[in-house]
Structures are given as structure tokens and as C-alpha cells.
Design a protein around this ligand. Structure first.
Ligand code: ADP
Ligand code: MG
Length: 700
């Protein structure tokens, strides 16, 4: 059974209903009644005969009917028993309002697990425990203790915090914002955020999905589903807290740079989810998405009755990267013919301080007709002659039921514009408290439109040697060696089409010199030990060796110094490697998030990576466009594309490296973390070289 049927029950039982005002068990009954729920309401409480004029039942069984929904408000310890009764009677949907579960510690966690087991066995779906309940304003269902129902609208809201939902309802009431559904998921022991966005995605009365989440459990499924839904409905989320993945001690550069915040950021980006920092911004965006059409381009026209706010809006448009619309000749002529000569007929159009509603109306109509304009912002300040309410009514009249372009209003002031703002809101014109927030909203709408119209994601698959990688990884796992050092990590990379420097292991100085002679100078010497992760930290890398003598000296020095510094490590020999003498060092990396999967990283390479933190992340699997976008997000990119006479490096080759890495970590879920550092990249046409690599694996 899916969550949608929760939204339309024909009968509701309230188990733990109470006669006593102020108790949650009373609130729920009162709210169901207060919301004018059309179906049956069955209060259940063995100690009462009647509650709020409704007949009260001793238990679920004595109702004699099977309620579509049971709202449970009994103390935590008694909930399991009520669920058993639900199972016995055949109730399939429950909301557990009661607190005292996972959120209070071990005892509560056990109780919660018991509930989950019971509902799974009985095929019952459960919202909660520890939640505020469910509201479906359009169906007059208020199965919550969140106060009165808000007005019906098109925003579906999900909240992981009941208290925050209370604040949201309050804000919505003042701002006349309507909802299709509000659901408080509490501890989300059964029904979780994935179920809810699925239900909202399928719900015809929901046009915009908004919510507050603290964590996301099935990250990869959530992202996949949200990505599909976002194409049809914008998803606006406030998100706090971390995945906990960042807290895990990471041994790779990528791991230590990829905090949980980063993961959410890239996951939201992939899914097209619009992240909101506050209730205010969330509603700023939500009301525009819910009530206005999407802009078809970035050009904004501003209509104002005062110069100052017009300039503020113009500045914001520039800051947000939108376009200041250049009005068509016809529009300018049309405006000049009618507006007073002192009026500014160019964008921002200044209709002057004495503008009455008709002047606003005329101007708005002209701008709505202008093909060069994609969105309109109407500003008003309450001056001596201003008819605020009349102007609001005019805007609503022109745009009803809906104009073809988004029209946003910013009536500045408080008391004098109060009534006008209510007119705007009732007329579905979003109102903003500053030109800046209105423009930011337009920017967010534009970004969404762009995201939605991006080409279908195509992930390129390279021919690779999977069997070879499988062999190396399973051997490491079998031997309980999670760290794969440079030599084998590079074999893995070669199997996935990376080029690595030639090199061989030497165990004596003479052997090292022989290998160097064969490779040709200069060469690099690197300590080879399964126990050393960062070789240069222990003096285990010597670059630029130009003769057999230098190689032998370097060999002896390493063999003498490193065991003294790190007596506990096992040294297997020294890698003699050809040296890359040209190119820039970048890092390609991966860190696997327990919920969202592999997170890829690109950044400025070498030892400075953790200091400069000039890195970009993205979720695997990666498309060519996304790989290039990652590069673009770093400051390093400016250097790579050629700076002050430096040659431009092969950007496409780096992007290809990222895609190959993406394929590797997608095909091998055992890979937990890895760094290719440095990845040495040269000018166009020169294949990049994976100079160093390390991989951490674990049983999946
Ligand atoms: P580690 O990261 O374990 O300290 P690396 O193999 O990355 O060891 O070597 C450290 C640094 O030495 C690299 O970042 C790079 O600047 C330089 N280096 C190592 N090997 C080569 C090579 N084959 N060619 C050019 N430079 C190298
Ligand atoms: Mg390195």
C-alpha cells in the first residue's frame, strides 16, 4: 500500500483520545472536528463514553467498522499493543504521534524496533512515531496536533521536525500560503522521506514539494527518484545535520575533504533539488513556483513608482546573473504615448510617485506583451498619493487566472501596504519584502528551468579489464589488507585505461641503477611498503635522479633512513620510475558515502591539496558534461586553461580521466576511497599520467 491512501481516509480512529483539553489526545479529536472532516471519527478510550460530542469506544474492535486510519496517542509503552489490535482488526494505516522512542535512547530504540517489526508483519504502514501528524487541507483532514488547518494549496510539505512544522504553519497562515498535504514524519521508522516524495510526485494536487530534513537514509534511491520528480515538480528542501560519513576518519585526501555537507550538496545538485537556507527563502521560492508560470528566459523588467527600489532591483538582477530586459521599441512607444513625460519608459520603468492603479495597470499590460521580457517585478512604495490596495487589485485582475510570464511583487513598507499585500497573496501574486529576495527567487526559477531542460544524462562506458581489478581487490580482501598501494593501484588504473609511468621494483642499489639505465634519466625513486600511505611524508620519494650513482645513493639513503624513522613498517623494496618532466599536477579522487555512494573529486593536486582545498565534487556515475562542470568549479581551472603564457592543458583528457574513475568506482563497490595524486596533465594531445595512486577497499 502506498502513502497516497493516507491522504484520503474515509474514517479515522483516535486511539488514546482524551476528554481533557490541552492533552494531545484531545487536540487530535478537536482538530479533526475543527477541520470539518467529512468522514467518521472514532475516539477510542476505555475510560470515556463521549468526547466532544462523539461516541467513544473502549477499543478498536468495539467500533464494529474498520477505520481507514488510526491515529495513536497512547504512551510509548502501550503503542505496540495498539498496533497488535490494529493488526487484529485489519487497520492498515497508522500515525503514531506518541514520543518516547528512538529519540530518547536505547530503551526507546528497542520499542521502536518492535513497532517496525509488528507493522511489517501485519502489512500496516506507519507514519512516525514521535510526529505531529498529517494534514490534507483540500480534504479537510487534520489528523495532527499542529493547530488549525492552513488553506488548501499546491505545496506538499514534509518535515522531519514537528516543532519546525508548527513554525511553518504559523508563517504560512500570516502569509496566506496554501498546502496540498503536510506530513510530519518524526522518527520515520516505517514511512520515510523517500515514500513521501514518491507520494507527492504522484499526487495531482501537489505542484511544489517542500520540506525540512535532517538526514536522508536511502540516499541513492532518494536521489534517483528526486531527479525524476524534479523534472515535473520543483523540490525545495531545508536540510540540517550531517550524514555522519564526514565523521569517519579518512585516510585519503578525498576522504578528508569530503564532509557530509559536500555530499548533500552534490546529491541535491544531481537531483535538481533546490536547497533553502531558511523558512523565509523556502516560502519565497515556494509561492512563486506554486502560483506563477516558469520564466522562459532570464530577462527581467522592473516597474516601480520610485527610483531607489528600482536601482536596488537592477543591482540584484546583475548580481544574480539575470538579464536586465531591453524593452522592445513598440513597448517604449506605447509607454511614452501614455505615461507622463517625466516617467522613465526604459527598464526600470518608473511610473512616478503619483502613479495611480491605472498607470500601473497600463504599464504592466505593455510589459506583459513585450517579447523581450521573461519575468516582471512590480515594486511599490507607499507615497502620499499611492493607492496601494487599488494597485494590488489591478495587478491581480490583469494576471488572473495567470499571466504567461511570472509576475512578482515587492510592496515595500508595513502598515500602509498590509492590506494590499493580502490582496496580492489572495490573488496568487507572490509578494517579497525586498527587491533582492524577489530577484533571488527569479534566479532560482531560472536555474530550475535550465536544470530541467538540460540534455539527457549519458554516461560513457569505456572498454576495461574488470577481471584484473576483481582479482587484485579480492586478494586484498582475502588477506585482510584494505590498503592497495601505488604499485597495484596503478595496475588497477591501467586496467581502466589510465596511463601510468613505467617502473620496476628494485631490492638492491645495483638493481635500482640497472632499472634506471633501462628507463632513461631522469628517474624517481619511491619506497615500496604496504604500510606507508604517504611516501613523501617519510622521505620515501626522490625525484630528478640523473645518473646511476645518484640512484644508488638515493636508494641507500632511503633504506637507511626510513627503517630508523618507522621501525614498524615492512619495506619490500624501492620503485624505480620514469619521471614526468612536464605538466601540471591535479588530483582525481573518490570517497564512498554510506548513503549516497561514490563521490568523485577533482582539484589542484600535489601536497597542497588539503591546504588549498580548491576541489570540486560530484556523484558518480558522471557524464562528460558533469566532468567538465567539475573542472569549471575550481580556481585551478583558470590555470589549466592557460594563464599568463602558460600553455592550456588538455581539459577533455582530464574530464575523461574523471569518467574512467567514475566507471571504476561504480563497477567496484568494494572501493571505499581512492586518490590519484598527482595526475599529471599536459597540453592538448598529450595523454595525462597517473603518477601515484592509492585505494582503500572493504567488503561491500
Ligand atoms: P606520496 O603521495 O605517497 O608522497 P607520490 O608518488 O605522489 O608520493 O610522490 C610525491 C610527489 O613527487 C608527487 O606529488 C610529484 O610531485 C612527485 N613525483 C612522484 N613521482 C613522480 C614522477 N614519476 N614524475 C614526476 N614527479 C613525480
Ligand atoms: Mg601522491
Amino acid at each position: 500500500m502506498n502513502l497516497a491512501s493516507f491522504f484520503e481516509p474515509r474514517s479515522v480512529a483516535v486511539v488514546g483520545a482524551s476528554r481533557q483539553k490541552g492533552k494531545v489526545g484531545h487536540e487530535i479529536v478537536a482538530n479533526l472536528l475543527g477541520g470539518r472532516f467529512k468522514g467518521e471519527i472514532y475516539p477510542v478510550n476505555p475510560k470515556a463514553a463521549e468526547i466532544e460530542g462523539l461516541r467513544c469506544y473502549a477499543d478498536l474492535k468495539s467500533i464494529g467498522q474498520i477505520p481507514d486510519l488510526a491515529v495513536i496517542v497512547v504512551p510509548a509503552g502501550a503503542v505496540a499493543d495498539v498496533i497488535r489490535q490494529c493488526a487484529a482488526v485489519g487497520v492498515k494505516q497508522v500515525i503514531v504521534i506518541s514520543a518516547g522512542f528512538k529519540e530518547v535512547g536505547e530503551e526507546g530504540r528497542k520499542l521502536e524496533e518492535e513497532l517496525v517489526q509488528l507493522v511489517r508483519e501485519a502489512g500496516i504502514r506507519m507514519i512516525g512515531p514521535n510526529c505531529l501528524g498529517l494534514m490534507v487541507p483540500g480534504r479537510k483532514l487534520n489528523a495532527s496536533f499542529g493547530g488549525a488547518l492552513p488553506k488548501a494549496g499546491q505545496i506538499g510539505y514534509i518535515s522531519q521536525s514537528g516543532a519546525l512544522l508548527a513554525a511553518i504553519l504559523d508563517t504560512a497562515k500570516v502569509n496566506d500560503i496554501g498546502f496540498s498535504v503536510l506530513v510530519s514524519i518524526g522518527n520515520k521508522a516505517d514511512i520515510d522521506e523517500l515514500d513521501v516524495i514518491n507520494a507527492f510526485g504522484n499526487d495531482n494536487s501537489t505542484k511544489v514539494i517542500a520540506g525540512y530534513l535532517e538526514d536522508i537514509m536511502h540516499g541513492d534511491s532518494f536521489v534517483r527518484r528526486a531527479e525524476q520528480i524534479s523534472r515535473a515538480k520543483p523540490i525545495l528542501l531545508m536540510k540540517s545535520g550531517g550524514t555522519g560519513a564526514g565523521a569517519k576518519a579518512a585516510s585519503s585526501h578525498t576522504g578528508s575533504l569530503a564532509g557530509s555537507e559536500t555530499t548533500y550538496e552534490v546529491a541535491f545538485k544531481r537531483a535538481g533539488i533546490i536547497r533553502c537556507e531558511s523558512i523565509k527563502t523556502q516560502f519565497d521560492y515556494a509561492q512563486a513556483f506554486a502560483n506563477q508560470p516558469l520564466p522562459t528566459g532570464p530577462s527581467v523588467a522592473v516597474i516601480t513608482n520610485a527610483g531607489g527600489p528600482g536601482i536596488m532591483a537592477a543591482d540584484a538582477i546583475e548580481r544574480q546573473g539575470l538579464t536586465f530586459a531591453k524593452l522592445a521599441e513598440e513597448t517604449i512607444e506605447r509607454l511614452s504615448a501614455k505615461l507622463p513625460p517625466e516617467a522613465n519608459v526604459n527598464n526600470p520603468i518608473d511610473v512616478l510617485g503619483d502613479a495611480l492603479p491605472e498607470r500601473y495597470e497600463f504599464t504592466l499590460n505593455a510589459v506583459l506583451d513585450d517579447p523581450n521580457v521573461n519575468a516582471i517585478l512590480v515594486l511599490l512604495t507607499p507615497q502620499a498619493m499611492t493607492d496601494c490596495t487599488g494597485t494590488a487589485e489591478a495587478i491581480v485582475k490583469i494576471t488572473s487566472p495567470q499571466a504567461e510570464k511570472p509576475v512578482l511583487a515587492c510592496f515595500l513598507g508595513a502598515k500602509k501596504v498590509d492590506k494590499a499585500i493580502r490582496v496580492l497573496r489572495r490573488g496568487n501574486i507572490p509578494q517579497y519584502d525586498s527587491p533582492e529576495s524577489a530577484v533571488t527567487t527569479l534566479k532560482v526559477m531560472n536555474d530550475y528551468v535550465r536544470w530541467r531542460s538540460r540534455p539527457k544524462r549519458v554516461v560513457r562506458l569505456f572498454p576495461v579489464n574488470r577481471a584484473k581489478v576483481e582479482k587484485i581487490i579480492s586478494r586484498h580482501l582475502r588477506l585482510g589488507q584494505p590498503e592497495i598501494g601505488e604499485v597495484e593501484a596503478k595496475e588497477i588504473l591501467e586496467a581502466y585505461g589510465f596511463v601510468t609511468p613505467k617502473g620496476t621494483i628494485a631490492t638492491t642499489a645495483e638493481q635500482a641503477a640497472d632499472i634506471a639505465e633501462q628507463l632513461g634519466y631522469p628517474v624517481v625513486l619511491k619506497i615500496w611498503s604496504p604500510d606507508i600511505l604517504h611516501k613523501s611524508d617519510v622521505g620515501g620519494v626522490k625525484v630528478g635522479l640523473n645518473s646511476a650513482q645518484e640512484v644508488m645513493d638515493a636508494f641507500d639513503l632511503m633504506m637507511c633512513r626510513i627503517p630508523r624513522k618507522r621501525p614498524e613498517v615492512e619495506i619490500l623494496g624501492v620503485l624505480v620510475q620514469e619521471m614526468c618532466t612536464t605538466g601540471r599536477e591535479v588530483i582525481l579522487g573518490m570517497n564512498r558515502d554510506p548513503h549516497f555512494g561514490p563521490l568523485l573529486m577533482f582539484g589542484m593536486g600535489g601536497v597542497m591539496v588539503e591546504v588549498l582545498k580548491d576541489v570540486a565534487f560530484y556523484l558518480a556515475p558522471l557524464t562528460a558534461e558533469e566532468a567538465k562542470e567539475m573542472l569549471l568549479h575550481t580556481r585551478t581551472y583558470q590555470l589549466l586553461k592557460g594563464f599568463r603564457g602558460e600553455e592550456r592543458v588538455d581539459i577533455d583528457a582530464i574530464a575523461e580521466g574523471l569518467q574512467r574513475l567514475s566507471q571504476l568506482v561504480t563497477e567496484f563497490p568494494q572501493i571505499q576511497e581512492m586518490d590519484i595524486n598527482p595526475y599529471v596533465v599536459g597540453p592538448e594531445g598529450v595523454t595525462p599520467v597517473a603518477v601515484d595512486a592509492r585505494i582503500t577497499v572493504a567488503e561491500r
